[in-house]
Design a protein around this ligand. Structure first.
Ligand code: B1M
Length: 221
């Protein structure tokens, strides 16, 4: 099978949520020398985008979305150690979670993997994380960054609720707040008072490093 054929099959099997085939093709792709990023960005993620588009058109329903998501999550577990490979010493700590009311976690998990790959220690609070839980985690772990993911327009307002809870607990100035998720924009991040926004996992790492460098430079000044 050529590389293009393998990527096409991986896309097709993810689309129909065939978990075993997705696992097989992901492993086969790696064995053939296809990079983990290629499998991710040229097959798995585009396939989930198509799942979303079909859901919007009414061609797919929640069960189809669920099995496609599960198939992708399985592949991500195979890719995780390769994407997160790092020899770097820890450069900072990040507390991450998907906001209250939202169960999407594939995007958040990918951001975590990229953070780990860049040398961050990641404390993942999971999904449906309430503001009090974020506050407690910031109090306990004293991270450099707290990251909120939201994937629904209806859960994006939780960013503001989380930031308000941090402010009320006297922690807002002690931690960099980053936000992201499919419907989130830089404009929205600015409106809620986040310090940083990124559109995808790679950009999140770049932005996190910038924000951390700025924070550390300001502390030395
Ligand atoms: Co849902 N869902 N879903 N879903 N789902 C979306 C998000 C949707 C866009 C589909 C669509 O209509 N096109 C739509 C949201 C519309 C909106 O509000 N704008 C939607 C809907 C409506 C729903 C339900 C309401 C459906 C229903 O029940 N009627 C329901 C909500 C449940 C809830 O949360 N309360 C629901 C449920 C589900 C499943 C459970 C079935 C499943 C989730 C499985 C899982 O995550 N474990 C699911 C899935 C799979 C999707 C789609 C198809 C795929 C999501 C995904 O994993 N994408 C999605 C369609 C789509 O996204 N096109 C859809 C791949 C992932 C790598 O990308 O998530 O964007 P993404 O993550 C990116 C960036 O966002 C960014 O980096 C990530 C990696 O590059 N990023 C950050 C994320 N967090 C960040 C944090 C940062 C920075 C960047 O800093 C801290």
């Amino acid at each position: 099978m050529t590389k293009d054929e393998l990527l096409q099959q991986l896309y097709d099997f993810t689309l129909v949520g065939n978990g075993p085939e997705v696992l097989r093709l992901t492993s086969a792709g790696l064995a053939d020398g296809i990079g983990p990023e290629t499998l991710l960005y040229e097959a798995l993620i585009p396939s989930l985008e198509e799942v979303g588009a079909r859901f919007e058109r009414g061609d797919f329903f929640v069960p189809e979305m669920l099995i496609a998501g599960k198939a992708m999550a399985g592949a991500l577990e195979i890719l995780r150690p390769l994407l997160a490979e790092t020899g770097a010493a820890a450069i900072g700590t990040v507390v991450m979670g998907t906001v209250k009311g939202d169960v999407h976690d594939i995007g958040k998990n990918l951001v975590n993997i990229m953070f780990e790959g860049a040398g961050f220690q990641v404390i993942d609070l999971g999904v449906q994380v309430a503001p009090e839980k974020f506050v407690a985690a910031v109090q306990e772990h004293r991270p450099d960054i707290v990251g909120f993911s939201a994937f629904l327009t209806t859960t994006m307002p939780m960013f503001k609720a989380n930031i308000n809870a941090l402010t009320k607990a006297g922690l807002r100035d002690q931690v960099i707040v980053m936000v992201g998720g499919a419907p989130v924009t830089q404009e929205y991040a600015d409106v809620v008072g986040a310090d940083g926004y990124a559109a995808d996992a790679s950009a999140a790492v770049v932005r996190a490093k910038e924000l951390l460098a700025m924070r550390r430079a300001a502390a030395l000044a």
